[in-house]
Ligand binder design. Structure first.
Ligand code: NAP
Length: 414
């Protein structure tokens, strides 16, 4: 008599195409190249993924964290996953199958990976201990919330090359609670070249938790009109052009909120070191404005703010005017301009080196670091932090993983 066939069960790792914003973070993070994509979907190779969990915390939306218990023989292929517009429902398993869960050391591997990530990569998988409770994924692609445009203002000078906009969205009487550092998804109307609805794009919120206008149920975004790709080839960004062209009174479909880690500390005495380029200033504006409102009411929060902000020129720097009005005893501000006609190119990391002793002083305290903007700046910023620490007898190689573990080092770059 033949022995019964042993059915091996796996926990198949899947990505939710309804929530995924195609930011490529998971594919970049995966240590064993188990993730791939086409022009629509990001998918996981069942025969390669070992469930290590390295991709889970960097995912900005949580789309990555989906699992199905499957017979290994009938795992979804990547070809099948690439056709999905939504995840398939969980299938009921026959009771008679012999359950052998592969990756039974999953938790152990995931924990090891977290430690490994803390040592080599850059962002905390947990929020600051005193961050407020974030609400997540209240609205999805299937069930978006409708916001009304309350304002659309150009932030860059009329003659500046880039068109960066401050867009205010109002939610009226609907519930949409957000925190500084969180993002929302925007659903651009219409369909793509293959006739499918556009996928959602994510934007950081630029206003504090109590509204762009204090006490109002609204929020703001900082959006740059995309007219060329990274190589300078002309392209029309679907969502950025849609947003930048919105008129007051127009309605917009919104998903989210997203983001459980890139949140500001709320406790007295916490310092915030912010490093950003261009539209990466959105979360910095939100955090700064949250603290500025306390300051304006004569109740300043005990804790320092330090900002390094890079743009090509002053007229290209979003919020340049309002920033310059902030008092020096409220925020220690360093602006870096890269394309001034008569000045050498300066990046945020250069300005950090110039202000090295003040940065080091801050790092000795209860400080939370936030980086946002161009991916390319990460390396330079890390090198500056390393050099600043070395010059002050501090060990960045020891501090960085500790800060990551303690929810004190947050990076959002694209
Ligand atoms: P940008 O205008 O292209 O660049 C801003 C500044 O960064 C320029 O001065 C640029 O200098 C400089 N820069 C270039 N390479 C650098 C490097 N390796 N290190 C340090 N500085 C460098 O910026 P942007 O177009 O606004 O882009 C901002 C980024 O933030 C985008 O990638 C966007 O996706 C991301 N982001 C946006 C949001 C949002 O809510 N809108 C949220 C999070 C992140 P030069 O070009 O003169 O060399």
């Amino acid at each position: 008599m033949n022995a019964p066939e042993q059915i091996v069960l796996i926990k198949q790792h899947l990505i939710d195409p309804e929530i995924c914003i195609r930011c490529n973070t998971c594919e970049e993070t995966c240590p064993i190249d188990a993730i791939t994509h086409d022009d629509r979907n990001y998918v996981v190779k069942a025969d390669v993924c070992n469930g290590c969990g390295a991709c889970i915390s960097p995912c900005p939306t949580g789309a990555i964290d989906n699992w199905r218990t499957m017979a290994k023989q009938s795992a979804y292929s990547i070809e099948e996953q690439l056709t999905w517009d939504e995840l398939p429902a969980e299938k009921a398993l026959e009771e008679s199958v012999l359950t052998v869960i592969e990756h039974d050391n999953e938790a152990e591997v995931a924990s090891e990976n977290l430690q490994h990530n803390a040592a080599v990569s850059a962002s905390s998988p947990t929020p600051p201990w005193s961050a407020a409770h974030p609400y997540l994924n209240l609205y999805t692609l299937k069930n978006p919330i409708t916001a009304t445009v309350a304002g659309n203002f150009r932030l860059t000078a009329p003659d500046a090359q880039s068109d960066v906009r401050h867009i205010v969205l109002d939610f009226g009487t609907q519930v949409f609670p957000v925190l500084e550092g969180q993002s929302i998804g925007i659903v651009p109307p219409g369909v793509d070249a293959s006739g499918k609805p556009h996928y959602i794009r994510m934007y950081s919120i630029a206003s504090p938790r109590d509204g762009e206008r204090e006490g109002y149920n609204n929020l703001s975004l900082t959006v740059k009109r995309v007219v060329e790709d990274h190589d300078g080839k002309p392209v029309n960004g679907v969502c950025s052009n849609y947003l930048c062209d919105l008129q007051k009174g127009d309605t917009v479909q919104v998903t989210g909120p997203f983001g459980a880690n890139y949140l500001m500390p709320n406790h007295t005495g916490s310092n915030i070191l912010m490093i950003c380029t261009g539209t990466g200033s959105a979360p910095m504006r939100a955090m700064t404005e949250h603290r500025r409102r306390f300051y304006a009411k004569g109740k300043p929060q005990d804790g320092k703010l330090m900002l390094f902000f890079g743009a090509r020129k002053p007229e290209e720097l979003p919020y340049f005017g309002p920033l310059r009005k902030l008092p020096a005893d409220f925020i220690d501000m360093h602006l870096a301009f890269s394309r001034m006609p008569d000045e050498p190119k300066a990046y945020v990391q250069d300005k950090m080196l110039h202000a090295g002793s003040a940065v080091a002083e801050l790092l000795k305290g209860d400080t939370y670091i936030y980086i946002c903007g161009l991916k390319g700046m990460e390396k330079g910023v890390m090198e500056s932090l390393q050099a600043i620490c070395a010059s002050q007898g501090m060990d960045w190689a020891e501090m960085h993983p500790r800060m990551v573990k303690e929810g004190r080092f947050h990076v959002e770059t694209y």
